[in-house]
Design a protein around this ligand. Structure first.
Ligand code: PNS
Length: 158
């Protein structure tokens, strides 16, 4: 039984994130989408709001659940019995940062394995930051985020 974590900020979740979650739902017995709650950051959506949005977006996969965590990812993984951490890679620039984080996680806990999933090419340019910028400036993000997220962005930024 493999329980995998897909951790992230998800501020807000994008179609790129959901592509990674969908691949994981097919690969692992259980998947927990783990929303980081970092009180020192100032996210557009609170951890509760991000959880709510993600829950609406993952309901079609019965083996996927959503949770939030504070502190070290490896501690949360141990707490929920997850052995695998999965992150999406869009480009080489992601790889440089992600390999650094995965090696730090390995230093912190040798029991946790990091795996990387290449995102769909059409989402290679997609990021939560750019989605927020486009939405703030009045552009359409309908093709980039799931419908509940597009609605939440309109409400928050209008
Ligand atoms: O969506 P992001 O911003 O790429 O997600 C980054 C995240 C949440 C996976 C990363 O910041 C994280 O694991 N934070 C928890 C704190 C931690 O464990 N830090 C040490 C490992 S580098």
């Amino acid at each position: 039984m493999i329980r995998a974590l897909v951790p992230g900020s998800f501020d807000p979740p994008t179609k790129g994130h959901l592509d990674v979650v969908e691949r994981c739902a097919a690969l692992f017995d259980e998947v927990i989408v783990a929303v980081v709650h970092n009180p020192s950051k100032n996210p557009l959506f609170s951890a509760e709001e991000r959880i709510d949005l993600l829950e609406q977006c993952v309901s079609q996969w019965p083996n996927v659940s959503v949770a939030s965590f504070q502190g070290l990812l490896v501690d949360f993984a141990k707490e929920v019995g997850a052995t695998t951490v999965v992150k999406g890679l869009r480009a080489v620039t992601d790889f440089e940062f992600e390999i650094q984080m995965s090696q730090m996680n390995r230093y912190l806990s040798g029991d946790i394995v990091s795996l990387f999933v290449a995102t769909k090419p059409e989402y290679g340019y997609l990021s939560s930051s750019l989605v927020k910028e486009v939405a703030r400036l009045g552009g359409s993000v309908d093709g980039l985020v799931p419908a509940p997220v597009a609605a939440a962005l309109k409400e928050r930024l209008s």
